[in-house]
Design a protein around this ligand. Structure first.
Ligand SMILES: Cc1ncc(COP(=O)(O)O)c(C=O)c1O
Length: 455
């Protein structure tokens, strides 16, 4: 039996929990990745259900251990949402954060009940808000204009005689009467992420309301009898230093005190906890210490201010689904240009725009021939007509051959949800893997799909 080289063993721990190197081939949940790709088109995405479940269990056990009040985990659907993932959230009693009408529609089709749907969005349209009133339990209000729009929609629905009633809001009685409103705070404190484009909490961010705006919004809610019962912030995505959460939590609790929240009120310090994408970034940031730090800050902060403990919500996306996903690409042409070796594959910025958007880092393993020694640094790029269509730059790899498969780990978040049809790309097939079972979560798009919107 061959011994896996050190570099390979290290990279393997980026892959889903159930990944094994058997002989010199990669297996996930007992399925050979090479066999899965046989007879299917690549790029092909696979998700390991055991890894999804494990991440939820880590959050749930940390909250149980460190937070004595009621707590919930809200899956941020923007990381990756389809009906099967929406259905999976309900096997763990998760809430689902939906950005607008589209994600709400997917969550509903996947069986997420009203009280579990929470609606985000920085500039929600009237259609987004109406869909939220029909289908959701909570709207997180981003700004004062939106709050005013909510007030108008609610007044129109409640008072059918003053204006033409919109039956799309309240199709059966007044289902919107059990909706809750939370206010989204701009804390003015950013978390440290690898790129400015993944920060949202800094003072000049487009997201949320300043302290003064929040107080104005709360007053508006009181004056107009709007169902305000929570406060939210989100400082950025893919951070691993929890320090900036503390001043933001303190500010949110100061504001909660000023608003006068008591009894059952809700507090959500967002999501954004990071994951390791590259072996240099291992070990993975601890979910337990993240959740514990938040729980302790909230407990202490409430005690200091004489506030009732809120229902605490954590809102992770990436750290629930990223590691569960693997992207499989097939190598085509290989080019040497100066010192650079380009490995050209059939996947790239259309299924994963993260390098093009903000220089995201990745690692990679060949699907077979794992026991080869590394012999060069290679750059992996896609087939699309952009020089920024890069997946990985300068990664030490063994010599790759035309036609072989490569596997990119940590592909489960913000790939497919940000994918496009650039150059007529058809979005990939997505499988979910259990031991002994393979199910299609999303089928591969076809040329007919590309033409469907084209009259
Ligand atoms: C409001 C909100 N909540 C939660 C998240 C989830 O972030 P992450 O997937 O990094 O955990 C995001 C991501 O941008 C967000 O905007």
């Amino acid at each position: 039996m061959s011994i896996n080289p050190f570099w390979m063993t290290n990279r393997l721990s980026l892959f889903p929990e159930s990944t094994r190197a058997r002989g010199d081939s990669l297996f996930v949940a007992g399925h050979s990745l090479a066999s899965l790709a046989d007879g299917r088109l690549t790029p092909l995405y696979v998700y390991d259900r055991a890894t999804l479940d494990l991440a939820v269990a880590e959050y749930q056990s940390a909250l149980r251990a460190y937070y004595p009040g009621e707590s919930h985990i809200t899956y941020a659907g923007k990381a990756f949402l389809c009906k099967a993932i929406a259905a999976w959230t309900q096997t763990h009693d998760l809430m689902v954060d939906c950005t607008g009408e589209g994600e709400i529609g997917i969550a509903v089709a996947g069986g997420v009940p009203r009280e579990k749907i929470l609606v985000h969005g920085v500039n929600k349209s009237t259609a987004d808000l109406k869909s939220a009133f029909r289908e959701a339990g909570t709207i997180v209000v981003d700004n004062l204009t939106e709050l005013n729009n909510i007030h108008v929609i609610l007044s129109e629905a409640k008072n059918p005689h003053s204006v033409e009633q919109d039956s799309s809001i309240a199709p059966a009685g007044l289902p919107q009467s059990d909706i809750s409103l939370w206010l989204r705070l701009l804390p003015g404190v950013a978390v440290s992420t690898h790129h400015a484009h993944t920060q949202t909490g800094q003072h000049d961010s487009k997201f949320g309301m300043t302290r003064e705006e929040i107080i104005e919004a709360a007053k508006f809610c009181q004056e107009n009898n709007l169902p305000l019962n929570g406060i939210h912030f989100h400082q950025g995505s893919n951070f691993r230093d929890p320090e900036p959460l503390i001043p933001a939590i303190d500010l949110a609790l100061d504001i909660a005190k000023e608003i006068g929240f008591n009894g059952e009120w809700h507090f959500c310090p967002g999501g954004g906890w990071g994951v390791a994408y590259h072996e240099d970034e291992l070990p993975n940031p601890s979910i337990e210490s993240y959740a514990r730090g938040i729980a302790e800050a909230v407990i202490e902060g409430c005690k200091k201010r004489g506030l009732d403990l809120p229902v605490l919500h954590l809102e992770p996306g990436r750290s629930l689904v990223a590691r569960a996903g693997v992207a499989l690409y097939r190598v085509g042409a290989i080019k040497q240009r100066g010192a650079k070796i380009w490995i050209l594959t059939d996947g790239g910025m259309a299924d994963n725009p993260r390098f093009a958007l903000y220089g995201a880092r990745y690692s990679c393993l060949p699907v077979e021939g794992l026991n080869r020694e590394i012999n060069a640094k290679v750059s992996i790029a896609g087939p699309y007509c952009e020089s920024g269509d890069i997946v990985i730059e300068d990664l030490p790899m063994p010599e790759l051959k035309e036609g072989e498969l490569i596997a990119i780990p940590v592909a489960g978040a913000y790939h497919l949800s940000m994918s496009s049809n650039y150059n007529g790309a058809r979005r990939p097939e997505v499988l979910i893997l259990d031991e002994g079972k393979v199910e299609v979560m999303l089928s591969r798009e076809t040329v007919d799909d590309l033409l469907r919107r084209d009259p």
